[in-house]
Design a protein around this ligand. Structure first.
Ligand code: NAI
Length: 333
């Protein structure tokens, strides 16, 4: 049996963590043979709530779950971690601007970047879920210079899952028949959900989604807006942001990064731009990636038409603005 790995979840008393922790303990992320020690970071006022979460984790009676460490100290939480789920942050409330959110969260991700730098394994895989996720990942990696920049990723998998589900519903097939839909850019309303390269398996044969949908207006407008606004729609109905689906997406993201993607399939992850597709470098931008041996590679040479190009430049512009604002906030502290 393999040695346990240390896994940290921040915002451990929050609603996403509540669904995520079960997946981790059940082995659905790191595999059924990988025991884990959980480090649960939250802020002091949440420690009583966290005690309750820990009681429930114990009561799961799952054999892969070994030590559980609740803490308010990032220096304890990040010690020798192999994987980090950075979920904790101030969540977006109805009517709140992304700018306010960014200022509130820049400081948190600076502190956690430093703690990762000092205490985590150098091959730690970091997934930032807390919003604004892309820019938080960028801040975090800049404060962790001893850890390779490619180890910091931001979650756009929920957007990908939403897009895949919306296409499957439109085509009246089960969701596993739809593959390779892409989320480009920021996890925000400027993201570009792109079905141009997606495929659907109908009655045993694989076809391009655009030719089967056969409705450019729906694909370029209705579908794009539906995915861009899905998070807001959930908030307005539930009065709280997506949690069950966000936790499932976080598990999907980390599992694919850890275990790999299937041949010919790709997934979307916010990663540091290397200039692929003409996207400016040094922003955390969601690209399609294929993963092997724990390393992702940006899928290259996809055709980008003029419509897609304008969407990509729109979302990369927003990320450059967020980076500027983050720098301002951090310098004024
Ligand atoms: P929540 O409010 O239920 O939980 C957040 C937890 O983080 C709270 O327990 C809070 O005390 C804790 N926290 C705050 N500051 C902290 C710090 N400095 N260190 C450790 N913990 C801290 O929020 P929820 O619903 O779990 O969402 C978490 C984040 O995920 C939010 O920022 C939300 O906007 C984001 N999100 C991102 C998605 C994505 O697709 N990337 C999808 C859905 C949500």
């Amino acid at each position: 049996p393999s040695e346990p790995i240390n896994v940290v979840v921040t915002g451990a008393a929050g609603q996403i963590a509540y669904s995520l922790l079960y997946q981790l303990a059940a082995g659905s992320v790191f595999g059924p043979n990988q025991p884990i020690n959980l480090r649960l970071l939250d802020i002091p006022v949440m420690m009583t709530v966290l005690d309750g979460v820990i009681m429930e984790l114990e009561d799961l009676a799952l054999p892969l779950l070994r030590e559980i460490t609740p803490t308010t100290d990032p220096n304890v939480a990040f010690k020798n971690v192999a994987a980090a789920f950075l979920v904790g942050s101030m969540p977006r409330k109805e009517g709140m601007e992304r700018k306010d959110l960014l200022a509130a969260n820049a400081e948190i991700f600076k502190v956690q970047g430093k703690a990762l730098d000092q205490h985590a394994r150098k091959d730690v895989k970091v997934l930032v879920v807390g919003n604004p996720a892309n820019t938080n990942a960028w801040i975090c990696s800049h404060h962790a210079p001893s850890i390779p920049k490619e180890n910091f990723t931001a979650m756009t998998r929920l957007d990908q899952n939403r897009a895949q589900a919306a296409l499957a519903a439109r085509l009246n097939v089960s969701v596993d028949k739809v593959k390779n839909v892409i989320i480009w850019g920021n996890h925000s309303s400027t993201q570009y959900p792109d079905a141009a390269h997606a495929t659907v398996n109908v009655q045993g044969s694989t076809k391009p989604v655009p030719s089967v949908v056969n409705d450019d207006n729906w694909l370029n407008i209705t579908f794009v807006e539906k995915i861009q606004k899905r998070g807001a729609a959930v908030i307005s109905a539930r009065k709280m942001s997506s949690a069950m689906s966000a936790a499932k997406a976080a598990g999907d993201h980390m599992r694919d990064w850890w275990i790999g993607t299937k041949p010919g399939e790709w997934v979307s992850m916010g990663v540091l731009s290397d200039g692929s597709y003409g996207i400016p470098r040094d922003i955390v931008f969601s690209f399609p990636v294929a993963i092997e041996n724990g390393q992702y590679k940006i899928v290259q040479e996809l055709q980008i038409n003029d419509f897609a190009r304008s969407k990509l430049s729109n979302t990369s512009k927003e990320l450059e603005e967020e980076r500027t604002e983050a720098n301002n906030v951090l310098q004024n502290k």
